[in-house]
Structure formats: structure tokens, C-alpha cells
Design a protein around this ligand. Structure first.
Ligand SMILES: O=C(O)c1ccccc1NCC(=O)[C@H](O)[C@H](O)COP(=O)(O)O
Length: 289
């Protein structure tokens, strides 16, 4: 696992209530430590052999590449997100399946379901409920650090998995990406710097996300996607992640060349998820990369 050291923040940023870089690197480490502990429990209950048996019984993964490029409009990956380290409780989502139904009705290309339990209050139970409810590609959003989680994701019917470059070394990234691909899934490979984009490309990523949220400082910089767009290779599908508060942000990322946006907080707190997804999905892709 690689977690790069954080940047130095100004005192103004710290006084604005953001975590220091050192603290935030600690948050990411803490999240992954918790993920590993929870994983150990699940592994003791369900073996990889059992997951492989279950995979044989689930329908094939849906084609996320096609879903993310189906029109000349921006495609929306709409997230089921209850809570986050940066914002705390976001929304009491009584019925994640109903929420996902609204996303689908609004034209979402895919639904992302956070399954990390300790910091996001997500669960595989949420994922299963959404899987039963919608027939569009599902992203299992978690902190993937082992092949076991890739197998587990497919066994639960995931079509897409998130691989965070900053959390993986090159061999892990390549191996997990290849495993996901061999199971018919798409890997959304998340980056934050030109170097991470180069690592993603070299590992074989075809869908590359730029997270506007710095996972070390938790600061959201909407300029991040714009700044990195020229480093994204032609031919890959690009996703602008995090910090989308309204249609103006979607237009901005469309102009910078994004194919899709990943949106959580604005949809779960906005009160009109179907309408918001429909509005965001109406934005034309205007950018050239
Ligand atoms: O959301 C966080 O605070 C967070 C903190 C540390 C690691 C990951 C985090 N979020 C995961 C995500 O990638 C977002 O849920 C997703 O991009 C949607 O972001 P937003 O629209 O800003 O809720």
C-alpha cells in the first residue's frame, strides 16, 4: 500500500477548519486500517473459493464502458452516500434501493454505492439492496486493497470497482485491474496527480477518474480536473469526481473534457435526486482533450 505524504497547508487553511496534511494522511491510513480489519472478519466467514462459486451464479457484469459513453451528453454516476469523513452525516437514507430508483429514473449511467462501514456508514447490504432494485451498472465504492475485495464485489453483482492509485503500489494496481477485467468488470481508476495518471495508464486503465477531493487534505478543489485534463490520454473514459454542487460544475467539467461525473453529496442532500440527475445528464460534452 502506498500513501504519499501530504502537502503543507497554510495557517489560513488550517484556521478554516481543514485537517492538516499529516492528520489527513492519518485519516486515509485509518480508513484503510479499518477496511483491513473488517476484511479479516469477512474472510474468516467466506473463503475465496466460496466467492468464486458465487460468482459463477451471478449474471455477467453490465457494460460500463458503453453506459459511460452512450450519448453526446455528460454521463452521471450517482452515489448512495450516507456519511463522509469530511462532512460527517449527510443524509438518513432509509431506503437506498428507492434512492437508486430515482437516480435511474433521472437517467444515471451508473449508481455508486459506498460500502465502507466505519467512516461512510455504507455496507454490502446497501449494495445488495440497490443491486436488486436497478438494472444499470453498479459501482462498488470502497477502499480496495486486496484481490479478495474484487472477487467479493463481483460475487455481489458489481459491474465497476474503484481502484485508488494512491492506495496501491504498481503491482497491486495492475493485478487488481487485471482481475477485475478478467471477471468482466470495469475498473474506475482514481488519480490526483499527473504521476498517478501515468501509473494508471501504465497499469492498463481505460476509465480514469480525477478526484477533485484531495484524500490527504480532504480539501475539494474543482480546478483539479481542469488542471489534469491535458494529462489524460485520448481514448480513455474520464470521470470528474467529487465537489459537484450544481449544474455549473458539470458544465465546467464537460468543457474540460470529462465524459462523466461522480456525484454524491449534492444528490443525497438536494431533496430532488431524480431531477438533479436529469439536469446534470442534459449537459453536452463540449470539451476537447
Ligand atoms: O467524501 C469524503 O469525505 C471522502 C474522504 C476520504 C476519502 C474518500 C472520500 N469520498 C469518496 C468519494 O470519492 C466521494 O464520495 C465521491 O467522489 C462523491 O463526492 P461528493 O459529490 O463530493 O460527495
Amino acid at each position: 500500500m502506498v500513501i504519499a505524504p501530504g502537502n503543507t497547508e497554510t495557517s489560513a487553511e488550517q484556521s478554516a477548519g481543514r485537517r492538516s496534511a499529516a492528520e489527513s494522511a492519518g485519516v486515509l491510513s485509518e480508513i484503510i486500517d479499518g477496511v483491513r480489519d473488517d476484511l479479516a472478519v469477512r474472510r474468516s466467514r467466506t473463503t475465496e473459493a466460496e466467492l468464486s462459486r458465487r460468482i459463477a451464479d451471478v449474471p455477467p457484469a453490465l457494460d460500463a464502458h458503453a453506459a459511460l459513453t452512450a450519448t453526446d451528453r455528460i454521463r452521471v454516476i450517482a452515489e448512495v452516500k450516507r456519511k463522509s469523513p469530511s462532512k460527517g452525516d449527510l443524509a438518513a437514507i432509509a431506503d437506498p434501493a428507492e434512492l437508486a430508483g430515482h437516480y435511474r429514473a433521472g437517467g444515471a449511467a451508473a449508481v455508486s454505492v459506498l460500502t465502507e462501514e466505519r467512516r461512510f456508514s455504507g455496507s454490502l447490504a446497501d449494495f445488495d439492496a440497490v443491486r436488486r432494485a436497478v438494472d444499470i451498472p453498479l459501482l462498488r465504492k470502497d477502499f480496495m486493497v486486496t484481490d479478495y475485495q474484487i472477487l467479493e464485489s463481483r460475487a455481489h453483482g458489481a459491474d465497476i470497482v474503484l481502484l485508488i492509485v494512491a492506495a496501491l503500489d504498481d503491482a497491486e494496481l495492475r493485478g487488481m485491474l487485471e482481475l477485475a477485467t478478467s471477471l468482466g468488470m470495469t475498473a474506475l481508476v482514481e488519480t490526483h496527480t499527473p504521476e498517478e495518471i501515468a501509473r494508471a495508464v501504465s497499469a492498463g486503465a481505460r476509465v480514469i477518474g480525477v478526484n477533485n477531493r484531495n484524500l490527504k487534505t480532504l480539501h475539494v478543489d474543482p480546478g483539479m480536473f481542469d488542471a489534469l485534463a491535458s494529462s489524460l490520454p485520448a481514448g480513455c473514459i474520464t470521470v470528474a469526481e467529487s465537489g459537484i454542487t450544481g449544474v455549473a460544475d458539470v458544465q465546467r467539467f464537460a468543457a474540460a473534457g470529462a465524459d462523466a461525473v461522480l456525484v454524491g453529496e449534492a444528490l443525497v442532500t438536494g431533496g430532488a435526486p431524480r431531477a438533479a440527475v436529469a439536469e446534470f445528464s442534459s449537459v453536452h460534452k463540449t470539451g476537447n482533450r
